[in-house]
Ligand binder design. Structure first.
Ligand SMILES: C[S@@+](CC[C@H](N)C(=O)[O-])C[C@H]1O[C@@H](n2cnc3c(N)ncnc32)[C@H](O)[C@@H]1O
Length: 267
């Protein structure tokens, strides 16, 4: 996983907070973190779109698969009063996530679990499963979707943002995807749908958002480069170079039409 440079030096969020004058033990608000803790596209705007679909209530139970440093989980818990289980594979991300959640006073509403969705989710009573840009890392789709299906209550809903296949990729693109994005292969839209249906999801809708993700990844890279000097001041050159490499790789893949962006609702 650490060959994907978004996932190295994840403590860098503390550098951003320090630049705002916020110390390591200070209490935090969710809105102070959201510019830095959303590891997907369009930040909380994308999470709000999910919330429109999910219609969560205070006390609803949500499983966030591949929760990163906990950005979407905290935002959802704070905004809706839902209880979110934040399942994250990588221990260092999970540790940063737990600390930030505690400092936001949200530990009673966000439960952090360090583990692999392929090992099965803890409970079978979630109203909703959400997953932002995690499934691209998991080639075993039948096993993945069976675990998600098993985690849901009857009538539950799963909301996914993920990469999909847009065309056959070149050898160089496949290597960039594998090494720098930890993505061994992607399903096309029809294959995605058939995997979900085979796992027991009866009502599946998939929207193609490739054009907006192409624009987002291009402007993320341009903005990051425009702020390079400040980035080096805050984080040091190594972190800035690592993130530049990751952002550039993804922007190039979208620019060249090598991958698609998909939003999926499966009931
Ligand atoms: C691009 S990040 C997105 C994080 C978060 N969803 C967000 O939007 O801020 C994807 C996350 O999925 C996690 N992940 C990948 N495979 C996983 C698995 N099998 N089980 C649980 N988490 C996984 C990665 O470790 C990574 O933190």
């Amino acid at each position: 996983m650490k060959s994907m440079k978004l996932y190295t030096n994840v403590q860098r969020i503390h550098n951003e907070l320090a630049a705002l004058g916020i110390g390591l033990d200070a209490a935090l608000r969710v809105d102070q973190l959201t510019p830095f803790d959303q590891y997907h596209y369009f930040g909380t705007e994308a999470v709000d779109e999910a919330l429109e679909v999910l219609q969560l209530q205070p006390g609803s139970r949500v499983l966030d698969v591949g929760s990163g440093i906990g950005g979407p989980a905290r935002y959802i818990a704070a905004k809706t009063g839902a209880h979110v289980t934040a399942l994250e594979l990588q221990p260092d991300l999970d540790e940063v996530a737990r600390d930030l959640t505690a400092r936001c006073g949200l530990s009673s509403r966000v439960a952090h679990v360090c583990g692999n969705i392929l090992d099965g989710a803890a409970a079978e009573n979630y109203d909703a499963v959400i997953s932002f840009l995690c499934f691209l890392h998991i080639p075993e789709r039948p096993k993945l979707f069976a675990a998600c299906r098993a985690a849901l209550k009857p009538g539950g809903v799963m909301y996914i943002e993920d990469f999909g296949k847009s065309r056959p990729v070149s050898a160089d693109e496949a290597k960039a995807l594998l090494v720098k994005v930890q993505c061994a292969g992607l399903p096309g839209k029809a294959e995605y749908e058939s995997h979900l249906v085979a796992a027991g999801f009866g009502d599946v809708s998939i929207s193609d958002v490739t054009a907006s993700w192409k624009d987002f990844t291009a402007s993320r890279l341009a903005m990051f480069r425009a702020a390079r000097a400040r980035g080096i001041e805050v984080h040091g050159r190594e972190i800035v170079d690592d993130l530049d490499d990751f952002y550039a790789t993804v922007a190039q893949l979208f620019h060249d039409g090598a991958i698609a962006g998909l939003k999926i609702v499966a009931r």
